[in-house]
Design a binder for this molecule. Structure first.
Ligand code: COA
Length: 359
């Protein structure tokens, strides 16, 4: 038995393929490097939802869904605002109806962006901003957060991020979504289960701690010494290692490209990028030496951290932004699982005491 279920196949899917040996991600027949160059988040939703929901007029319908879910923001009580953003967002999301159709699906796609940006503003005493249905999901998300129209470069960077993380095989949160969907509970229940799995530091909670690591390392010259002492204390280096990839995570380079573009326009301090590159190089060198039997390379979270920081998201909200993208994959997987109709119900091996049989 493998307690992490590694190598266990638990679903057939047409949605995405993670090739861990070759460092390749395919989303519905399109490889990630192609996908990030030519597509907006709405295009990728269209791709993921094809055959599962009616995708006609999806971009406009998603805009309307943002406006619709914004109505729940008015009912945000102060107790939700003080929670970590991912917990506040999850509580608001739980108020959405548990439907199975396209409108319910699009409200769920809209919700993480609308609720996260509203909560972030409420936390600092600002008024939440009403969605603009005419904008793209990425542009409107940035506008709802900052209150100003983002630049084309910022929109393109967030779009690239959302596209990059939209789907990724049977990761922990997607599996959670599929388990719930297999009981024929509705889409909201599946998304809530997935979001709860995502928030852990071994899954979607890693990019915030990546920035903490950069701050603690402080300077490129100090990077190796700091990482060495973290490893010696039994800590894991955030943004490195993956259950499936045995080579570099292809999403790391998709995002590094966006980070470089932001840096060339001055949106990222060159010293910050230099520090990140020094920490990455030192970590890779160290992991190779200290864990020679386990190939550990950069994963998606490392450059996510720099990208989201440059776009103005506070680190405590990074998991919410991950959910803004991954929610499309969760919903497509939940629908695929529900259509399959088979309840997921594995077995366990009992290793506890057995009742004594009277002689
Ligand atoms: N830093 C240091 N050591 C690491 C490591 C990391 N980031 N990731 C794995 N390892 C080590 C483990 O300590 C273990 O070493 P050991 O055999 O000497 O005990 C070995 O590699 C195997 O680890 P294991 O826990 O079996 O790997 P996994 O497949 O369960 O781990 C992750 C996958 C993602 C949970 C793990 O790599 C990790 O914790 N990474 C940091 C968090 C992160 O970036 N998460 C985002 C993932 S996209």
């Amino acid at each position: 038995m493998k307690s992490g279920l590694e190598d266990v196949v638990a679903a057939e899917t047409v949605l995405s393929d993670v090739d861990g040996k070759n460092g390749r991600l395919i989303v519905r027949g399109v490889s990630l490097d192609e996908l990030v160059v030519h597509n907006s988040y709405e295009d990728v939703l269209d791709l993921l939802f094809d055959g599962f929901f009616d995708t006609k007029g999806l971009r406009a319908a998603l805009g309307r869904a943002r406006v619709e879910v914004f109505a729940h923001v008015a009912q945000t009580d102060p107790a939700l605002v003080v929670l970590p953003p991912v917990d506040g967002m999850r509580a608001l999301l739980a108020r959405l109806d548990d439907g199975q159709g396209r409108d319910a699906a699009l409200r769920l796609v809209a919700a993480p962006a609308v609720f996260t940006t509203a909560l972030l503003r409420l936390k600092v005493g600002l008024t939440p901003i009403t969605p603009n249905a005419a904008l793209s999901h990425a542009a409107d998300s940035l506008r709802m957060m900052s209150g100003t129209m983002p630049s084309a470069q910022q929109v393109s960077a967030l779009d690239r991020y959302l596209v990059t993380v939209a789907d990724h095989g049977l990761n922990a949160s997607t599996f959670a979504a599929r388990v719930v969907a297999s009981t024929q509970a509705g889409l909201t229940s599946s998304v809530l289960a997935a979001l709860s799995a995502l928030k852990g530091p071994l899954h979607g909670g890693a990019p915030g701690p990546v920035l903490d690591m950069l701050d603690a390392a402080g300077t490129p010259a100090n990077a190796l010494a700091w990482l060495e002492s973290a490893l010696a204390n039994g800590e894991r280096l955030m943004g490195f290692g993956h259950r499936v990839y045995r080579v570099r995570d292809p999403r790391a380079d998709a995002l590094k490209g966006a980070v470089r573009v932001l840096a060339s326009s001055g949106a990222i301090d060159p010293a910050r990028l230099a520090l990140a590159e020094a920490v990455e190089a030192a970590a890779l060198d160290l992991l190779k030496r200290k864990k020679p039997d386990r190939p550990l390379d950069t994963n998606v979270e490392f450059y996510t951290a720099l990208l989201l920081e440059a776009l103005g998201f506070p680190r405590e909200a990074f998991t919410c932004v991950f959910a803004m993208g991954r929610v499309g994959g969760w919903i497509a997987h939940a629908r695929e699982q529900a259509m399959d109709g088979r309840l997921i119900r594995p077995m366990s091996v009992y290793v506890g005491p057995v009742p004594q049989v009277a002689a």
